[in-house]
Design a protein around this ligand. Structure first.
Ligand code: NAP
Length: 259
């Protein structure tokens, strides 16, 4: 740094970058995709069942390019196509946000093996394969940002969600493993661990008056998180501002983890 100016706006500016966001049709992924676009990025919106045309139009309205790619990320054969289509239509790949995730709630003794398998396929296996495909391109171009969406259950056991907890522990382990391998090639791999956020993922918890009260009582911020709470951290980890961060798991949790 020369003098006292660090050109702060340029540090967070994503102009000219291209991002892939999985699960971008609704929930946290939609907000992250919109935030990256507002910071300047063109975005490939990967969605499975939820239409993402409105999000595409909103992104285009702020002057960025957006494409919608329909894919079930549990289908390993579809993942190469996501990256190929993004580069084919948007020209390059700089940022990958592995956000798509599912949760199945049943006590461990009753937890169906098929639920366990489905959760691992979406929450971990797709993250590895998509990161691997993107990582080949990013390490070759010697720049790139991969952001994995972890959870409080990357650190804690949770209740009635053994597959989800295993998957989110794996996400942070994988984040660190890939970060180690790729940091020297100019690719930063980090994770965001959201706390308890308002989305379809937590609907069952918020509808349970006992669990909902227990959770709220433990959040120092005194409120559930919103999708907007993730936008700043996502833009930060996608931008030059975080170039010296690798393998970090950033808790965005209203203080949950320090309680
Ligand atoms: P959500 O509202 O339930 O959204 C889940 C997203 O994942 C949807 O966009 C969905 O797309 C996508 N998805 C699920 N299965 C998919 C598949 N097979 N292929 C492609 N996309 C798939 O949940 P959310 O809260 O936004 O969750 C986003 C991420 O944050 C997840 O990884 C979740 O584990 C994590 N997280 C959430 C919280 C929270 O409190 N909400 C806390 C910690 C971590 P479709 O609608 O197209 O199926």
């Amino acid at each position: 740094m020369k003098g006292v100016r660090c050109e702060l706006n340029k540090l967070f500016d994503l102009t000219g970058r291209t991002a892939i966001v999985t699960g971008a049709g609704r929930g946290l992924g939609r907000a992250i995709a919109a935030g990256l676009a507002e910071a300047g990025a063109d975005v490939a919106l990967v969605t499975n069942r939820t239409p993402a045309e409105d999000t595409k139009r909103e992104i285009e309205a702020i002057g960025r390019k957006a494409i919608v790619l329909q894919a079930d990320v549990a289908d390993r054969g579809k993942l190469e196509g996501i990256v190929d289509e993004t580069i084919g239509q948007l020209g390059r790949l700089d940022i990958l946000v592995n956000n798509a995730g599912i949760i199945r709630r049943t006590p461990a003794v009753d937890h169906l093996y098929s639920d366990w398998q489905d959760v691992l396929d979406v929450n971990v296996n797709s993250v590895f394969v998509l990161s691997q495909i993107a990582g080949r391109i990013m390490t070759r171009q010697r720049s790139g940002k991969i952001i994995n969406i972890a959870s409080m259950l990357s650190f804690q056991g949770g209740i009635n969600v053994p597959g989800y907890t295993a998957s989110k522990h794996a996400v942070t382990g994988l984040t660190k493993a890939l970060a180690n391998e790729w940091a020297g090639s100019g690719v930063q791999v980090n994770a965001i661990a959201p706390g308890y956020m308002i989305s379809d993922n937590t609907e069952a918890l918020r509808n349970d008056p006992v669990r909902s009260r227990q959770i709220l009582d433990r959040i120092p911020a005194g409120r559930w998180g919103s999708d907007l709470d993730l936008v700043g951290p996502a833009v930060f980890l996608a931008s030059k501002a975080s170039d010296y961060m690798s393998g970090h798991v950033l808790c965005v949790d209203g203080g949950w983890m320090v309680r």
